[in-house]
Design a protein around this ligand. Structure first.
Ligand code: NAD
Ligand code: ZN
Length: 359
């Protein structure tokens, strides 16, 4: 078992990472002072795989467990489902001190986290991420939200969990495309902050892709460490935390222009390569480093070319990004693998050239 501490003063919390941790969740919860009633929120896919097993293990440890479930999928991340879950919590007599355990991918982490942040003005939240994306990204950092119409994550809060329990064994049942989806954020984290972790990924990509559990544990540990390091310096996303958006400016635009047919990880991969090429064109990043990034992304099974969606549509969509301030589109650029600079004055003509594949 590995552990990362997210050091946020009185809101600090541990992230436990390792294989078989769900079966031991009861002892972590007791250590943190919880006893009695717990509510697990999960989706129906994850409930079958791990929810019932987790419920039994917790009952074996003396907890009284209720499980609330929603169907799987991004379209479930709504205020309507939050409302259903509030009613579910009331029906099982959840109180202010009753912890909510968010067992599942990022959809469940965000939805159950939002419910925990708002039910009775906030009940304790435990994140139990079961996808690679959720283990390395969404379960750490305290952003919780639901979607509003077509607008993703529009209604939400900053609400830090009491702890995160990332059981790396759960990754073994993931469809390959979900593993690959999470790998985009892993490569992103290495590219912005940690050149030696990037080298580790170059050396171990085949093992990672074949679901080697030790390699996966190291990947989760390193990536959570990077995210935690950024979050403790900028909990509320006012500055440094923007670097986590590397690849996301063009990525979000590609996702939205494709009507979300291009998956998030694929879109971010395309965005990372485009942003690296922009960095090179601006004289910040060596051409060989762009090549390294492209190669690693390709080996992970992610795309590197901007799909034929129409450059002007992508340019327009970028202007509607949440990160745009006073009409200026913000780009996270690379100075080297492991180091970034943020710019909001990249010329639209250069962006167009890079999107068109020139340079
Ligand atoms: N809060 C944040 O900081 C943050 C950061 C990044 C992403 N997100 C959010 O995360 C969400 C995406 O998360 P995701 O990619 O985990 O998607 P997801 O939660 O939809 O999970 C993907 C699919 O995998 C299934 N699944 C989950 N665990 C499984 C397992 N162990 N084995 C087999 N199948 C399993 C789920 O049922 C689902 O069908 C988006 O809504 C995004 O906005 C939030
Ligand atoms: Zn992302």
């Amino acid at each position: 078992m590995k552990q990362v501490n997210v050091a946020l003063g009185s809101k600090s919390y541990p992230v436990y990472i390792g294989s078989g941790l769900l079966a031991r969740a009861g002892s972590y919860l007791k250590e943190r002072g919880f006893n009695g009633r717990l509510v697990v929120i999960t989706d129906s896919t994850v409930k079958k795989l791990y929810g019932d097993m987790l419920g039994q293990a917790l009952e074996g440890d003396g907890f009284q467990v209720d499980i609330l479930e929603v169907p799987p999928g991004e379209e479930q991340k709504t205020l309507e489902n939050a409302g259903r879950l509030y009613r579910g919590l009331t029906a099982v007599h959840a109180e202010r001190a009753t912890p909510v355990l968010a067992l599942g991918g990022g959809v469940i982490g965000d939805l159950a986290g939002f419910v925990a942040a708002t039910y009775q003005r906030g009940v304790p939240l435990v994140q139990m991420p079961t996808t690679l994306l959720a283990q390395v990204d969404s379960s750490v950092g305290g952003k919780v939200a639901v979607d509003h119409g077509q607008l993703k994550n529009m209604i939400g809060a900053f609400y830090q969990p009491e702890m995160v329990i990332a059981d790396t064994n759960t990754l073994l049942s993931l469809p390959e495309e979900e593993l690959v989806n999470g790998l985009a954020e892993v490569i992103k984290s290495a590219a912005i902050r940690d050149g030696s972790f990037f080298s580790f990924l170059e050396e171990n990509m085949e093992k990672i892709k074949s679901f080697d559990v030790n390699s996966l544990e190291e990947v989760v540990f390193q990536t959570v460490g990077i995210k935690a390091g950024v979050v403790v310096e900028d909990e509320l996303d006012m500055g440094l935390r923007h670097i986590l958006n590397y690849g996301h400016t063009i990525g979000h635009a590609v996702e939205s222009v494709s009507d979300f047919r291009v998956k998030h990880g694929n879109a971010v991969a395309i965005g990372m390569v485009a942003a690296a090429r922009l960095s090179h064109r601006l004289g910040l990043l060596d051409g060989d480093e762009v090549k390294r990034l492209r190669q690693l992304i390709t080996r992970a099974g992610l795309p590197v070319e901007v799909p034929g969606l129409g450059i002007e549509k992508i340019m327009q969509a970028m202007k509607h990004d949440k990160k745009v301030r006073e009409g200026r589109v913000e780009f996270v650029l690379l100075k080297s693998i492991g180091d970034t600079v943020v710019a909001d004055d990249v010329s639209p003509s250069l962006i167009r050239e890079v999107l068109a594949g020139n340079g």
